[in-house]
Write a protein that binds this ligand. Sequence first.
Ligand code: NAG
Length: 290
Amino acid sequence: MEAASSSTSQCSYEEYKETADWLLAHTEQRPKVAIICGSGLGGLADLLDDKTTFPYADIPGFPTTASTVPGHAGQLVFGRLQGRDCVCMQGRFHFYEGYSMHKVTYPVRVFYLLGVKTVIVTNAAGGLNGSYEVGDIMLIKDHINMPGFAGQNPLCGHNDVRFGERFPCMSDAYDRELRALVKQTAEEQGCGSFLQEGVYCMLAGPTYETIAECKLLQKLGADCVGMSTVPEVVVARHCGLRVLGLSLVTNKVVTDYDSVEKANHEEVLRTTQRRTQDVQRLVSHLIPKI
Ligand SMILES: *[C@@H]1O[C@H](CO)[C@@H](O)[C@H](O)[C@H]1NC(C)=O
């Protein structure tokens, strides 16, 4: 596995291009939408028709080790969802696994070179907002890039203008029109009562948050906290892709020193299992409207 955080781990345009060209040569599908599946949400890919599946290890240039976190499969799935060509990442690369930010976001630039226009990112997250319930779906309207504050931004290093400009705008990262479509679709699909809209904060992980950290994040205006998504969104926006983000609230963070509750990955996967059908229904009914 590559050492994290060195700017020499940056990839060249030609490397991304080689991966994209290999994929274009191995599938007839020309997806306009890419879906990055979060913990336990890989089932989305199973909904695709006419699937072509590529284990990450088989794709030239793709980050080398298949994703090792339980709940993440580690393959790229091309197919049709509600008649639309899509590509799904079943399993993503996490910074806490030791991948550099450039590797974490490698697939996003490949998607761009495949001709993708819209990226849907999903994740499992802890609820910080007291009015959120376990099982709620939060439409991401903004993010706090905490690793970015600490110098871990995937755009650090040489800027290749073939992807985007040096100083990309992030105030419009989560597409307003797509958010309106999600709200409308959630109403139609009976998910309106548990759809929230809020701010996602990324921490590097892999530790869950301390009580003091949770209180801090609440004060900063974050509604959910997780260990992914933001790097992919930053790189997607840099190359002009439209972004839609969905967080599944899989647990409520602990903010009380007397609480006996403890954050754990099993609870996260259990909740995802319970709500995975709803997330899938929401996304698949959304696709034809994009
Ligand atoms: C929590 O979410 C609710 C519902 O979206 C929102 O009205 C409220 O402002 C949020 N609370 C905080 C403290 O941000």
